[in-house]
Structures are given as structure tokens and as C-alpha cells.
Design a protein around this ligand. Structure first.
Ligand code: GDP
Length: 454
């Protein structure tokens, strides 16, 4: 996700490090690099222009901080402005005061609406809601069955027209052509009757934008009076994202955006343009085909990741789902204060291994962008070895790795069946990581989003 953008931006900012004072020329050349990086990532030109102008203006202005050197000051400005174009505050779903909350999904065919319906249901169910899906995509062959399947996977019911029945008459293809608006109405009535507190309405897309599609989406919207209309946008479609988003904003109007396929998108310009162009917030991001490849979109965390500052908060949140609250808080405090021990590290590693693909998790760590190749090489057998090495240490060594001298390293290596250089590598990396985490943790999201000029 955003790999090349992240590489270019961190590259541009790295050149500033070590400079005691920044001249206007330094700022101009950094601004040029940032501009190129954003354009290459497919960010829409007006967004790039406005962004770079704001960064330049602020960098040349007299924003000074006693705590930061000039280079850090620019990173801070870029971070805050990125958070700004990504939407500022995290926008949560609006839930209706009187249930059911109705969420309608709209977007082009293949954008990932049906998949999203399942993910959203799964997400809401985990929070204690009782969602129901409604299959109003009666255009794409198999869409209704696909929705039923994702519904089953998420463990929620799907309201769908029965095959062969026809509410609105036979269609041109001679197949059942139930009216999606009737299905939508029926779905809401069913949800009320069965006391589902959230209804997710999947609608038909087309390969391109057309008036019939917009008309149908509008009719469904008017019939169900949704609390949220989520525009589902495939982040891989590059520059087209902006025109598509604009067409849906004009044609159906929506309350929020969900970006999909961020896993496959190295450029990510859609994410950075869509909020600024449409003025609508991004609520969620999808990063894969599985139900769990989905999360709330946090502008500050996303910016942090793009700038290679890591996403320690998301990592901690995922950890929380697999450990108790108190332990998670202790781990967070230790990471930020630099007091992490190898014992904690082992605990966390065991927990992390329960959490899923290791590459994804490590990708959230500060500096992960620069360690891409190393991360790609991390596999479970290496983790087994690391575990064995830490288990070969005494509790005192785990608690205070500084005491692990040469003779201890030899003993640990022998005891865990590895070489001394394996032990050295682990201990060195642990110190490096601990240092980096504590440095970065205090330097992540801004406390306050600056007011931006319109
Ligand atoms: P719809 O036509 O808008 O309902 O789109 P679908 O939900 O059928 O998704 C189209 C294709 O994209 C399917 O093959 C999905 O598995 C895939 N897909 C959906 N979301 C994601 C995602 O976040 N990442 C990836 N890699 N694939 C996705």
C-alpha cells in the first residue's frame, strides 16, 4: 500500500536531515520532490498543487518549535497536511437513533461492493450489531448468490428475491427481473420485523458510468432513505477515480467513501485525491479479499504510514483484539518509553503469530518502508528460530538484554541450536527496533489538525 509514494516522500525528506538551517532553496527543492512523488502516485493535479503550495508556505513561514529541528519541522508539516487531505479526523459510521440503520453501497461493477457488504457486516457484528444484507444488485449474474455467500461467511442473513420469482416482470434476458427498489423496500421491512439493527443494501454497478445506473441508485436511495450512502472506490483505477467519484457525487450523492484494493495499489493516488475533490470523508479501507482485510480509515495513521513513521496505533489495536486490555496498555507504554524487554518481545511475538500474516503486521512498524526486502524475507521458520533463541536466555537476560555478553551469547547459541551470529543479530536488531519505536512513537499523529485554507 502506497509503497512507491512512501519511498519517494521519505527519500525527499531524508535529504533534509542533518541540516541545521533550511534555506528557501532547500524548501523549494524538497517541495519539487514532493510534487513529483504525488504526481507519480496518481494524485490529482489540483490536489497536488494545493498541497505543495500549503507545505511551502508553512515551511517558509515562521513555524518554529523548540522541540524539532528544521527537517523534523518539515516532516511535521507534511504529515499534518497529509492528514488534512486524507480528511483530518477519523469519521465513524452514523448510526440511526431509531434502528435499523440503513447503509447503501454504490459504485462501479467490480469495485468491491459485494465483498465489502460481507466485511462491513462482519465488522459490525463483532461490535455487537445484528446486521442483515439486502441483495439489490440484480444486474450482474451471480451477484445475489455471491452476496448470500459473503453473508454466510460473516454469519449474517441475506434478504434476496427468490430465484424464478418476478416482482417487476421478466427482463429482456428472460431471467427473473425483480425490481431492485421493491427488493430494497422489502429488505428494510424484513429487517424491522426481525429486529436487525443495521441493514446493508448492495446495489448494482456498471462497468462505466451511465445514467440508468445512477437513476436506479437514486431510486433505491429515495426508497430506503439511507443513513449512509457509501461510495465504493477501487483504488487501483488511478486517475479515473476522481472522475468516477465526481460522477457518483453528482448522480447519487454519497455520505462517505470506502477505498478497496489498497493491497494491490502501489500508487494510491485515489486515496489522496478523493476526499479533497469530493469533500466527502473516507470511512473504511479494504486491503484484500478476506473478511478481515478491512479497517476503519484513520487519516492520521495512514499519513504516518505513508511517511514511513509506522502505524504503531493500528498494530496495538490489532494486538488488543488478541490480548487483554491491561496487557495491551502495558505493551504500548513500554514501546513508547523504550523499556521493552526481550521477555515482552517474546510474549508479543507469540501473540502476533496468532494474528495473521506476519508481513502485514511488520509493515506497520516505523521504518518498515525501508525494510521492505528484509520484511519480505521474514517467514515462520525465522520466527521459530527467534523464539528458540529467546527461550534459551535466562529470565535476567530477557529482562535486561544489555547483560548478554560474549560468553552468554555463546551459551545461548549452543542451547538453542543456532550460531553466535544469529544471537548477535537478534540482540542487535532488538536494540535498534526498540530505539526506533520509542523515537517514532512520540512523533506520530499531530494532536491537533491545523485549519486549512479553502
Ligand atoms: P462488486 O461488483 O462491486 O460487487 O465487486 P466484488 O465485491 O464482486 O469485487 C470484485 C473483485 O474484487 C472480487 O474478485 C473481489 O474478491 C475483489 N476484491 C474486493 N475487495 C478487494 C480488496 O480490498 N482487495 C483485493 N485484492 N481484491 C478485492
Amino acid at each position: 500500500m502506497f509503497e512507491s509514494l512512501s519511498d519517494r516522500l521519505t527519500g525527499a525528506l531524508k535529504d533534509l536531515r542533518g541540516k541545521g538551517r533550511l534555506t528557501d532553496a532547500d524548501i523549494d527543492s524538497t517541495a519539487r520532490e514532493i510534487r513529483l512523488a504525488l504526481l507519480e502516485a496518481d494524485v490529482a493535479l489540483p490536489v497536488v498543487r494545493a498541497f505543495v503550495a500549503r507545505v511551502k508556505e508553512r515551511a517558509k513561514g515562521h513555524e518554529v518549535s523548540a522541540a524539532l529541528n528544521p527537517a523534523q519541522q518539515i516532516v511535521k508539516i507534511v504529515n499534518e497536511e497529509l492528514v488534512g487531505i486524507l480528511g483530518g479526523e477519523t469519521r465513524r459510521l452514523n448510526l440511526a437513533k431509531t434502528p435499523p440503520t440503513v447503509i447503501m453501497l454504490a459504485g462501479l461493477q467490480g469495485a468491491g461492493k459485494t465483498t465489502l457488504a460481507g466485511k462491513l457486516a462482519h465488522f459490525l457484528k463483532k461490535q455487537g450489531h445484528t446486521p442483515m444484507l439486502v441483495a439489490c444488485d440484480l444486474q450482474r449474474p451471480g451477484a445475489v448468490d455471491q452476496l448470500k455467500i459473503v453473508g454466510e461467511r460473516a454469519g449474517v442473513p441475506t434478504y434476496a428475491p427468490h430465484p424464478g420469482t418476478s416482482v417487476g416482470g421478466e427482463g429482456a434476458l428472460g431471467v427473473s427481473a425483480a425490481d431492485p427498489v421493491e427488493v430494497a423496500r422489502g429488505g428494510i421491512a424484513e429487517a424491522r420485523a426481525k429486529q436487525h439493527d443495521v441493514v446493508i443494501v448492495d446495489t448494482a454497478g456498471r462497468l462505466g458510468i451511465d445514467e440508468e445506473l445512477m437513476g436506479q441508485a437514486r431510486s433505491i436511495r429515495d426508497a430506503v432513505d439511507p443513513d449512509e450512502v457509501l461510495f465504493v472506490l477501487d483504488a487501483m483505477i488511478g486517475q479515473d477515480a476522481v472522475t468516477t467519484a465526481q460522477a457518483f457525487a453528482d448522480g447519487v450523492d454519497f455520505t462517505g467513501v470506502v477505498l478497496t484494493k489498497l493491497d494491490g495499489d502501489a500508487r494510491g493516488g485515489a486515496a489522496l485525491s478523493v476526499r479533497e475533490i469530493t469533500g466527502k470523508p473516507i470511512l473504511f479501507a479494504s486491503t484484500g479479499e478476506k473478511l478481515d482485510d478491512f479497517d476503519v480509515f484513520h487519516p492520521d495513521r495512514m499519513s504516518s504510514r505513508i511517511l514511513g513513521m509506522g502505524d504503531v496505533l493500528s498494530l496495538i489495536e490489532q494486538a488488543e483484539q488478541h490480548m487483554d486490555q491491561q496487557k495491551a496498555e502495558e505493551a504500548a507504554a513500554k514501546i513508547t518509553s523504550g523499556e521493552l524487554t526481550l521477555e515482552d518481545f517474546l510474549d508479543q511475538m507469540l501473540m502476533i503469530r496468532k494474528m495473521g500474516p506476519i508481513g502485514n503486521l511488520l509493515g506497520m512498524l516505523p521504518g518498515a518502508g525501508q525494510m521492505k526486502d528484509a520484511l519480505a524475507a521474514v517467514d515462520d521458520s525465522q520466527l521459530d528460530r527467534i523464539q528458540a533463541i529467546i527461550r534459551g536466555m535466562t529470565p535476567a537476560e530477557r529482562a535486561d538484554p544489555k547483560i548478554i555478553n560474549a560468553s552468554r551469547r555463546l551459551r545461548i547459541a549452543k542451547g538453542s541450536g543456532v550460531t553466535v551470529s544469529d544471537v548477535n543479530q537478534l540482540v542487535d536488531r532488538f536494540f535498534e527496533a526498540r530505539k526506533m519505536m520509542s523515537q517514532m512513537a512520540g512523533f506520530g499523529a499531530p494532536k491537533r489538525i491545523p485549519k486549512r485554507k479553502q
